[in-house]
Design a binder for this molecule. Structure first.
Ligand code: NAI
Length: 510
């Protein structure tokens, strides 16, 4: 935790000492830089200094810092009396209000105060670095330096070069990030940079599934946690970040990409934002909160089925042999005929297609047809997901539910849609990631690092694509495009090229 190297920036100014500024100030001081805190609000700098010191005291109480180390760090911090006190800084980090005009005004003022070789950076999360730099006399010495909240714990920072940024500045910032204990990733100046761009798939696709009435919030969260290994479901996550933060990001990226359908926000979050139903901080979000704890509705009970019908599995089911083994293990009576008998529960396992389409195309009786998501290896998932079609009989739905729950594994039953929940969300995440690579927003390696550290996904989006199989992801997307006729599911050429020839998504040479 203590920093031995001489910091590449010896004196760092932090302008705007709110949630982000104080976090950046803390790690800058930990890296050994002298840190000058400046804020327009009276007392804000002093409050930030006290808050940072408190963090270090807490570490000392836990035995992770000595009092001497705390004292050494505290000495690194000072509060500016006026903006002129930023004059000795060789780096100034702007973390003020997210407003282009205000940022430009403040940065121009700072540029006139500091020396000619000082570097200026902005912690902007959504504004164009090039646009901010347009007001500066020395845009070559300006870059984006985008941290995540809480800064000391979120160990990644995006370094963003504007059109005129000198590459050596980005290289210096990457070294400094490392000295602060962070991993720098290099991003092109594009809407949402890497993390906020890559994060578009998770929430927006989940919201779309809800808006189609396929499943409710809680079920989607359960499925994505248990089947795909996300730490938090998308609705738990939106409740945590709060809709006054996440909805504007969705809108901003969508508009900055000139209404690209992939990033289309949801009316659900727009309405909730307007109604003040923001999440944890208002005690009401997708979940209700009592004493800070989410009220989680109970799982639907497993139906009791005394007369289990025989089961027939479509020859076109994905992972068919695995599915047949599973059914055998669950004690099902499996039919082996070319078509199901009159009583058989008919199981299909499509990728991307809806159960209705499969029943029609395969000429199956839809009233006895139930789908199961076999994108994920059954042994690797804690939940099985079944889908009915509008004609599925209740007794057949209940039989499938009871059968697949026989070994105690959780089962969710959702309504019909092109692609199941995990198929839709995972494929959307992978497709957006592929598009990020296609646009050369960053290197595939930096994409993986940024997403795992910045979003906490169980793996990077390209590794996720490899896990589920690039050809499977492609199949889901192609079929969903057919079902929905929506360009949002159009596979990125980057993904198509790799998927079509069965190449790992982490294989990037062309
Ligand atoms: P905040 O509201 O907690 O703090 C902003 C601080 O800037 C306040 O103390 C305010 O008094 C000060 N300020 C406002 N205008 C000023 C001016 N003209 N001159 C000097 N000080 C001024 O905001 P927060 O959350 O720390 O965000 C700051 C920046 O970081 C924004 O650009 C935001 O988009 C970005 N960001 C925020 C993240 C977050 O999760 N909160 C994550 C990543 C980036």
């Amino acid at each position: 935790m203590t920093q031995q190297n001489t910091p590449i920036f010896s004196t760092v100014g932090i302008v705007g000492t709110g949630a982000m500024g104080r976090g950046i100030a803390q790690i800058a001081a930990q890296a050994g830089s002298q840190v000058v805190l400046f804020d327009a609000a009276p007392d804000a700098g002093g409050k930030a200094l006290a808050a940072i010191c408190q963090q270090w005291e807490k570490l000392a109480e836990k035995g992770r810092l000595t009092q001497e180390q705390v004292a050494q760090r505290v000495e690194k911090l000072s509060v500016a009396v006026s903006i002129q006190d930023l004059a000795p800084c060789d780096l100034v980090v702007e973390a003020i209000v997210e407003n282009l005009k205000v940022k430009q005004t403040v940065l121009s003022e700072i540029e006139a105060i500091v020396s000619a070789d000082a570097v200026l950076v902005s912690n902007t999360s959504s504004l164009s670095v090039t646009a901010i730099a347009a007001c500066l006399k020395r845009p070559a010495q300006f870059a984006g330096f985008h941290f995540f909240n809480p800064v000391p714990l979120m160990k990644v920072v995006e370094v963003i070069a504007g059109l005129k940024t000198e590459p050596t500045i980005c290289a210096k910032l990457a070294v400094y990030a490392q000295q602060m204990g962070h991993k720098a990733v290099q991003a092109a100046d594009t809407p949402g940079f890497i993390v906020n761009h890559a994060g578009r798939g998770f929430g927006t696709e989940a919201l779309r599934i809800v808006s189609e009435g396929v499943a409710d919030f809680v079920t989607i969260d359960r499925i994505l946690r248990d089947q795909a290994g996300f730490k938090l479901g998308p609705f738990e996550l939106m409740d945590l970040t709060a809709l006054d933060v996440s909805h504007p990001v969705m809108e901003s990226i969508y508009h900055q990409y000139f209404e690209e359908p992939r990033y289309r926000p949801s009316v659900i979050t727009a309405q909730r934002l307007a109604g003040g139903v923001l999440g944890r901080k208002t005690n009401a979000g997708f979940y209700d909160y009592i004493d800070g704890k989410a009220v989680i509705p109970p799982e639907p009970a497993v139906p009791v089925v005394t007369d289990m019908p025989p089961v027939w599995v479509s020859p076109r089911a994905s992972r068919r042999s695995e599915l047949l083994h599973l059914l055998k293990d669950l004690g099902a009576t499996i039919e082996t005929g070319a078509s199901p008998s009159m009583n058989a529960l008919t199981i299909v396992a499509p990728l991307g297609f809806d159960i209705t389409t499969v029943a029609v195309v395969e000429r199956l009786d839809p009233s006895r047809t139930v789908g199961i998501d076999m994108l994920v290896d059954d042994a690797a998932t804690k939940r099985r997901v079944l889908a009915t079609n509008p004609a599925t009989r209740a007794d057949m739905r209940d039989a499938a539910h009871a059968l697949f729950a026989r070994d105690g594994k959780a089962v969710s039953v959702i309504r019909d849609s092109g692609g199941f929940v995990t198929q839709r969300v995972v494929s959307t995440i992978v497709n957006i990631a592929a598009d990020i690579c296609q646009q050369s927003v960053c290197s595939p390696a930096d994409l993986e690092t940024a997403v795992t550290l910045g979003l906490g996904y169980p793996q990077g989006p390209l590794a996720m694509g490899n896990l589920y199989g690039p050809t499977n992801v492609l199949e889901v997307l192609f079929n969903m495009q057919t079902v929905y006729g929506d360009p949002r599911y159009r596979p990125s050429p980057w993904l198509r090229r790799r998927g079509a020839i069965g190449l790992s998504l982490l294989h990037t040479e062309e």
